[in-house]
Ligand binder design. Sequence first.
Ligand code: CS2
Length: 506
Amino acid sequence: MSSDRTKSAQTNPNEGHLRLSNASLARLPGQIRRPSYDRSTIRPGIVHLGIGAFHRAHQAVVIDDLLGRGASEWGIVGASLRSPDTRDALVPQDCLYTLAVRSGAGTEHRVIGSVLETLVAPANPERLLARMADPATRIVSLTVTEKGYCHTPQTGELDAQHPDIVHDLRHPDAPRSAPGFIVAALARRQTAGTTPFTVLSCDNLSANGHTAKRIVTQFAALRSRELAQWIEDEVAFPSTMVDRIVPETTEADRTSVASALGMTDAWPVVTEPFTQWIVEDCFPAGRPDFAAAGVQLVSDVTPFEHMKLRLLNAGHSALAYLGYLAGYETIAATMTDAHFVVFARQIMEDAAPTLAMPAGTDLAAYSASLLHRFSNPALHHRTWQIAMDGSQKLPQRLLAAMQDRLRLDLPIDTHALAVAGWMRYATAKDEAGRAIDVRDPIAAKLKAIADSAGPVADRLAPAMLEVSAIFGTLGCDPRMRGAITQALGRLYEVGARQAVQEFCAA
Ligand code: CS2
């Protein structure tokens, strides 16, 4: 999930025009779906950390459906851990917002009412902690992106040197990080004798529940052994697989939503028709009747999570780096190039033997549906947006499959070209020598490596492979070195477009 903070969200488009709100709901055109329930009767039961576009287009829609079926104690309090932009956009409209579902067939608009309150953690950490510690809160869910876990992506362990973790240990009652807030709130509940909430990670991490549990307990142990043990024993961290493509909202989206609504919505979210949520059914503190809203409840989500990370997200990242370098602005534009379609399909085919799916799973059909979704011409999903935070995404999307393929003695050329694409992108210079605005927690380190190696595959690839937080010991494997150096060499010699074309012809 990528950040959807944009400067434009701070402005109030069409100032002076009618604004979406509880009071203006009745003035929406009749065909626009809106909350079917009385919002004033809804009580919060979920605190969500990371209230960006993804949450609002995915989990909050499921909850909106459930509120419509009478689950009135499961409203959402949404918190931003950094920027006030979402709160500033939503509060004047009573936290209502529009979901615009787009496909080639047109756009369907729906107003979502499940978010009851929005908080900004840095502005008032105490208020958020109080909400999380409130016995009415039975689920704390998260979409804080990969880097929000303050972990080492390769190992999944807490990074105890992370500046936010260091800060949160010093200021346990005014934390900054997601683990800091969760541990502080759980500590309060333990002291008060309140049952703990369930922690529901909805980020694209491998084994996201296990990873969240490991990080939260490791952080708690730095505060108190006893607290860590209590969390270990008492707190549930079900894993989930979440899926819906949600590009950043643009000014053009705001304008088109305003014209459909006949009123202004400062921050609508735009998405595709497809949505999927698979959740491990482990909620000792209770949960809404998720299944009634189409959520799949399973006992082990791991195979589905790996399938999605290694087919969808891997395909996305491969298209994002190589597509960006080839000059394509969006995923849909990249997919108009037949060679990139073949390449993305090959990434998926190569990942398939590394998966252990339940009987009856049709990976070929799943891959075909992904290629169809990637081609959705109505979504403006920028390659640049998906390219963000590569250091945090590569391990679970591309490297885990490469490791498994090496173990199975299978070639890794397809994935090597995608990783080489990331390396070239991370140098922060495109094929025409223009600067790339690389967003990544270790962007500066990557650029320094690139600057000292120069644009020479034989030097750059091994130097990048030494970044152990990303590659771990896999970076030392001579087969990795060989395949990635060769792929990067082609990227420097002929450019991404031709390298992909040659790859498909081979
Ligand atoms: C994307 C994901 O930005 C990215 O890295 O790959 O946000 C992707 O769109 C979602 O995981 C789809 O469910």
